[in-house]
Structure formats: C-alpha cells, structure tokens
Design a protein around this ligand. Structure first.
Ligand SMILES: [Zn+2]
Length: 114
C-alpha cells in the first residue's frame, strides 16, 4: 500500500512540475521490480482507493513487472538469476553478484486523454 501511495504522490508531483492537468491523465504507467514483492494485482486493486480524492481520480493504472538483473562480480556480465542453477552466473558460474535491477518501484510514464 505504501508503494502505491508513493507512486501516486510522484505522479501528482510530476503533473505539477510539468503543468499537466491531472484530470487529463488517462493512464499512469509504473514499473515494479520482481524483488519488491509487490504484486501487480494488489496495485490494481488499491489504485482506485488511493486516487479517489486526487485530480487523478478516474485514471487507469498500468503495471509492468521488471525482472531481476544481477551483475556478476567476477565477469561483470548481467544475468537473470535462476533457481535451477542456484542463482549462479550462467557465464562463469560465479556466485557473487549485486542486484542492479528489480528492487525499484517507479513511475515510468503518464499518458493523457485525447
Ligand atoms: Zn560471471
């Protein structure tokens, strides 16, 4: 729920800064990383409640799930971890890496009504 509130706040601020009339927003597109544990269904369910008393009331939400991406500490290649190989790097089988994508929950774009 807090992710949702933060995203809506970000969308409202974006409208404000760019002089966009919030009532003209048709769809708010967000990107949610796999690692956040946030389920798109959950966002869709609560979106109408969160925007009810804002200028975004009546707009739609579009959630894109972003896969986790790891940068291998040994070979520096990027990969998507798979449970089958113990989340190891598929290029050099290294097990040390840092998560570079998949932990964020961000606003990606707003589409406006015609
Ligand atoms: Zn590697």
């Amino acid at each position: 729920m807090s992710y949702m509130v933060a995203l809506v706040k970000e969308a409202l601020e974006y409208c404000d800064e760019n002089h966009i009339d919030g009532e003209k927003v048709d769809t708010v597109c967000v990107e949610v990383g796999e690692m956040t544990g946030v389920l798109p269904e959950f966002l869709y369910k609560y979106y109408p409640d969160v925007i009810r008393d804002t200028v975004l009331a009546g707009s739609h939400l579009d959630v894109a799930q972003m896969p986790v991406e790891i940068e291998c500490a040994s070979c520096r290649k990027h990969y998507h971890p798979e449970a089958e190989n113990g989340y190891a790097c598929p290029h050099c089988h290294g097990k040390d890496g840092s998560i570079i994508k998949g932990r964020e929950c961000t606003l990606s774009s707003l589409t406006l009504k015609e």
